[in-house]
Design a protein around this ligand. Structure first.
Ligand SMILES: NC(=O)c1ccc[n+]([C@@H]2O[C@H](COP(=O)([O-])OP(=O)(O)OC[C@H]3O[C@@H](n4cnc5c(N)ncnc54)[C@H](O)[C@@H]3O)[C@@H](O)[C@H]2O)c1
Length: 431
């Protein structure tokens, strides 16, 4: 399962040889650890055009000049026409080379103004700019675009993007609404006093999600099928949480979760998922329906039941797990692709209503190629292609998905709603 190519290109002869042969050059990513909680360098603040965003109101430590920034924040929210885009070039062209390896570029845009097609053209241009820079910048550096309606409401998002926690998130466009949010007492333990339930958490990505939410202070409930209880109990014990044996496809799964959590729930993570790959011509109805049932129908049913019963408290968060296979399509996965695209549809439709009626946000992550048992079972050639076909030229780790979910679950992320955020190293598929 280990990525031997990544280890090889990390050595001097490996670097020399792969460069001579014109092969991909994946840079080791700098991920969060207690010893390295930050990117460890300057956060350079640049502006293109005139901006109304009050970034000084946030707790971000911005500087106006730096020779070797760890990250660059380009505020282009005031760009209203094509001429203004010249300021984007003028601001970034001189500094992009100096951004440290493993660093970040975040472009701030503005919501598109439907009454002004010049502003919309210029702001949409930032999307193509961001995605193109992400593909060429290299050295483990990422580039993302955030469209905030308000600077303070975007603070949790900017903190995430300017931290090692977002190592595998690149080429994304994230909209942040104008809702009032309150900063947590402790940015390091934002989920203290909150309860989080993660489905399919006995192993893989779900286990990493439960671990990351526990690190952030949450009391975690590790839900998995009865057959996986030995592993689920071990995970729960290690994290100081509890295990819940339940097949999420049970018709009364929502009611049973509500009964197990009489004091309510703050964070619901729909992570349980299965694949039953076959081309459509060879796919029996059972393989079709089991994937739709686990990955989509049960997500809809439990979400509806837990919102209706008021189990998910106001200020709560629902995060579902889509996949780039649902956004890009994948041969042999018509069932899986349908189920994961359905998750994105559920999120976009429910998000505004859930927030208005229950004070709960609804978002999804869409993982790309993540190194798990699921992807270790993929034949070698396809696995190698999956790993390299993204801007970072490597697979992600379960913790990359977990960190992204933790940002969406954050109490200060209440203005991030209805988003489907890819955790794919800017995969070339469906980009
Ligand atoms: N690994 C990847 O590269 C990748 C990529 C895109 C999306 N995803 C999605 O991420 C999620 C986790 O993937 P993973 O790779 O960790 O998978 P995994 O197979 O390692 O783990 C899935 C867990 O879900 C549990 N589960 C399955 N059916 C269940 C049910 N009916 N009720 C309760 N629990 C159930 C399993 O027992 C298992 O513990 C899935 O939704 C998957 O589709 C994974």
């Amino acid at each position: 399962m280990a990525d031997r190519y990544l280890s090889f290109t990390g050595t001097a002869p490996g670097r020399f040889l792969t460069r001579r042969l014109g092969l991909p050059q994946p840079a080791p990513l700098r991920r969060w650890s207690p010893e390295h909680p930050t990117l460890g360098g300057d956060l350079l603040h640049l502006t293109a055009g005139k901006s109304d965003l009050d970034l000084a109101a946030t707790g971000l430590a911005l500087v106006r000049s730096s020779e070797r920034p760890a990250a660059v924040l380009l505020d282009a929210s005031g760009v209203r026409d094509v001429e203004g885009l010249a300021d984007v070039h003028a601001a970034l062209h001189p500094v992009v080379r100096s951004v440290a390896a493993g660093g970040r570029v975040v472009v701030l845009g503005a919501p598109l103004d439907p009454a002004d097609h010049h502003q919309s053209a210029a702001q949409q241009a930032l999307e193509g700019f961001t995605r193109s820079l992400g593909k060429e910048i290299g050295r483990g550096r990422t580039v993302n675009l955030v469209r905030p309606a308000d600077a303070l409401a975007a603070e949790s998002t900017l903190r995430f993007l300017f931290s090692p926690k977002s190592a595998y998130v690149s080429g994304q466009v994230i909209e942040v609404g104008a809702r009032q949010v309150t900063a947590p007492d402790d940015w390091d333990r934002p989920l203290t006093g909150r309860t989080a339930l993660v489905t399919g958490a006995a192993r893989g990505i779900g286990e990493a999600v439960a671990g990351t939410l526990a690190r952030d202070g949450a009391r975690v409930v590790v839900l998995d099928v009865p057959q996986a209880q030995a592993a689920a109990r071990q995970v729960a014990e290690r994290l100081g949480g509890t295990a819940l044996a339940l097949d999420i496809t049970a018709p009364d799964a929502g009611e049973r979760i509500a009964a197990a959590l009489p004091d309510g729930l703050d964070v619901l993570v729909h992570n349980a998922g299965i694949t039953r790959d076959r081309r459509l011509v060879n796919m029996p109805a059972e393989r079709w329906s089991s994937v739709l049932e686990v990955n989509l129908a049960s997500v809809l049913r439990t979400t509806d039941a837990l919102l209706a019963s008021g189990t998910i408290r106001a200020g709560g968060r629902i995060v579902a797990t889509a996949s780039i296979a649902g956004l890009a399509g994948n041969a042999g996965q018509t069932n899986y692709g349908a189920s994961k695209a359905g998750v994105a549809g559920l999120v976009r439709s429910l998000a505004p209503r859930a927030l208005a009626e229950h004070g709960v946000t609804v978002n999804a992550v869409a993982p790309g190629f993540i190194e798990t048992k699921m992807t270790a079972a993929v034949p070698l050639f396809i696995r190698e292609a999956g790993r390299r076909m993204n801007s970072l030229a490597q697979g992600g780790l379960p913790v990359d998905v977990a960190e992204t979910i933790a940002w969406l679950a954050h109490p200060a992320s209440g203005a991030v709603n209805g988003q489907v955020v890819r955790v794919c190293g800017q995969s070339l598929l469906g980009a």
